[in-house]
Write a protein that binds this ligand. Sequence first.
Ligand SMILES: C[S@@+](CC[C@H](N)C(=O)[O-])C[C@H]1O[C@@H](n2cnc3c(N)ncnc32)[C@H](O)[C@@H]1O
Length: 349
Amino acid sequence: MSSPDPHRVSAQPAAYRPSPDGILQLGFGFMSAKVLLSAVELGVFTKLARSPMDREELVQQLGLHPRSARDFLDALVALGMLERQGAAYRNTSEADFFLDRAKPSYVGGLIEMINARLYGFWGSLTEALRTGKPQNETKTGGGAFQALYRDPQRLRSFLQAMTCLSINSANDMAAQFPWQNFQTFADAGGAQGGVAVQIALAHPHLRGCVFDLAPVKPLCEEHIASFGLAGRLRFVTGNFFHDPLPQADVIILGHVLHDWNLEEKRRLISKAYEALPAGGALLAVDAIIDDERRFHVPGLLISLNMLIETAGGFDYTGADGCAWMREAGFREARVERLAGPDSMIVAIK
Ligand SMILES: C[S@@+](CC[C@H](N)C(=O)[O-])C[C@H]1O[C@@H](n2cnc3c(N)ncnc32)[C@H](O)[C@@H]1O
């Protein structure tokens, strides 16, 4: 078929008429995202987890102006986040499980971080693409993590967001990797300890540590203690560019490699190699991009997010990651799919 005449689109037979629907849906996509982000910010799902409510009650409980409350709540129904029966709104089962702040399964910490930080920063994507410069707190000076960690509230919510981000892939890591063959692990850049806790809970014979920057220590220790794991998991303060990584049978780099440029990625992989015994394993988790760089939309978008967030970070394909591991001396490296957008490279020394 020849290309449609752009001046006479409506004159085309219906079967050949091009539709802009897909393009416009993509362009308007930010509106759906922001409705969800604001609903989490306002605590809609946490309130409705206690009991279904009608619009008047929600307006009062959430402090909404009545003008657009109906549209807001019905948009959440249409987006599949709420159900409406008669006048009463209630959470869908998914929203109730993952978006009620009172439940341990809450992933809203990540949504809160997206709302408070990334939503605004992504408004400067064009500037980032033109300049190659990050568009986050670093615009006002300092490295990405230093800037984030200056504000205790931002630090806490960032670390909670990391736990939300990683909890599902941590469960898959715990289930898929042959942990019975290993005794110790170190999660380098392990943040609040969300991944370490899931692995330790699933495998009672393991002992491990979370290695991260000093400001993370109290919040990580609090998280570990809340699961009664202080006897088996400890926090090690350090900077993975200045200090050696703790020695362990398995080293995890979860959502760490993508924060850094290629030279820094290689340094971290070499440090992990040095800290492992022969037969030890490096598990590198990221939203690893498909080798053809055509299909894995989350991996490509998260890589753009590294442009927004970091000085030189980027996501990578499984083939690239495995090649870096082999160049560092690992005798084998393979990619395994995990939950959500993540995969892990398993590299054996
Ligand atoms: C994107 S988060 C990943 C958190 C966690 N591994 C996960 O998958 O959820 C990166 C982590 O690396 C830590 N980090 C950044 N620079 C570091 C450094 N130089 N030394 C040690 N940890 C660092 C940060 O504090 C943060 O906890």
